[in-house]
Ligand binder design. Structure first.
Ligand code: ADP
Ligand code: ADP
Length: 229
């Protein structure tokens, strides 16, 4: 479950300048589709429309055939997990931050999620472990550590749909590769929409959509797009 369809999607933030001008593509259940393109092309706008931060002005977005405009934001958030570019953590414990999204999870489940996100060793090494406070009056985590906490949270929440919005773009190359490996595990068998800047980071996507100025300029697998260049 979790098949997404964008059909003839049009959108303008202020009603003036069109940002998306008739976008149609599908993310089949369990597959990964990447949207790449230059900055300002409208990539993140697509994910914001799917998550209903805004609503489409023409066309539709459906999940398993149901228009997202007929779904409450609360139920959307139950089926969609989002790993943003820069994770902002709550000024609370690491355990709280990982549990956010599924507060009933046991300590053992939190531990398993942290292992999968490759941050469990780091957390166990802290004097207060999972009860360490992060944020203003607590621990200052690096960008990579914060992304791992966000990934652990998403693993624990286990949503059928995943949005990865430039989730590794703010990191250095080595950290980016490690986080990418963790994300590859999370996205396996989930319907995944990846927003990326560069083609080289989405080699394994089932399809790549190249967005330029609010229209689909090209689409295909990584191999097909490289060949055409
Ligand atoms: P991308 O993710 O491809 O870099 P975005 O979808 O973030 O692009 O933005 C597409 C265009 O929409 C950009 O020109 C951007 O300036 C504009 N935009 C983004 N957010 C807003 C907003 N909240 N209000 C007005 N314009 C916006
Ligand atoms: P969800 O409940 O599905 O996680 P939200 O839209 O509430 O979705 O939040 C998306 C992500 O943004 C959360 O997973 C969390 O990481 C972060 N977030 C939301 N609100 C806050 C906040 N007030 N402080 C810190 N992070 C937040």
């Amino acid at each position: 479950r979790g098949a997404i369809a964008f059909r003839d999607v049009h959108f303008a933030y202020d009603g003036a300048r069109p940002i998306l001008k008739g976008i149609s593509f599908e993310v089949p259940a369990g597959k990964t589709v990447a949207v790449v393109g230059p900055s300002g092309a409208g990539k993140s706008t697509l994910s914001r429309l799917l998550y209903r931060f805004y609503d489409v002005q023409r066309g539709s977005i459906t999940i398993d055939g149901q228009d997202v405009r007929d779904v409450t934001q609360k139920s959307l958030r139950a089926v969609i997990g989002m790993v943003p570019q820069d994770t902002v953590l709550f000024n609370d414990t690491i355990a709280y931050n990982i549990r956010y999204g599924r507060v009933t999870a046991s300590d053992a489940e939190v531990e398993v999620a942290a292992e999968a996100a490759q941050i469990a060793d780091f957390i166990r090494g802290l004097p207060e472990g999972y009860l360490a406070m992060v944020g203003e009056r607590g621990l200052k985590l690096s960008g990579g550590e914060k992304q791992r906490v966000a990934i652990a949270r998403t693993i624990l929440k286990a949503p059928p749909i995943l949005i990865l919005d430039e989730a590794t773009s703010a990191l250095d190359t080595k950290t980016e590769q490690e986080i990418q490996a963790a994300l590859d595990i999370v996205s396996r068998n989930r319907t995944t929409l990846v927003i990326a800047h560069r083609l080289s980071t989405v080699i394994n996507a089932d399809e790549i959509i190249v967005l330029k100025d609010g229209v689909i300029a090209e689409r295909g697998t990584h191999g097909e797009l490289i060949e055409r260049d």
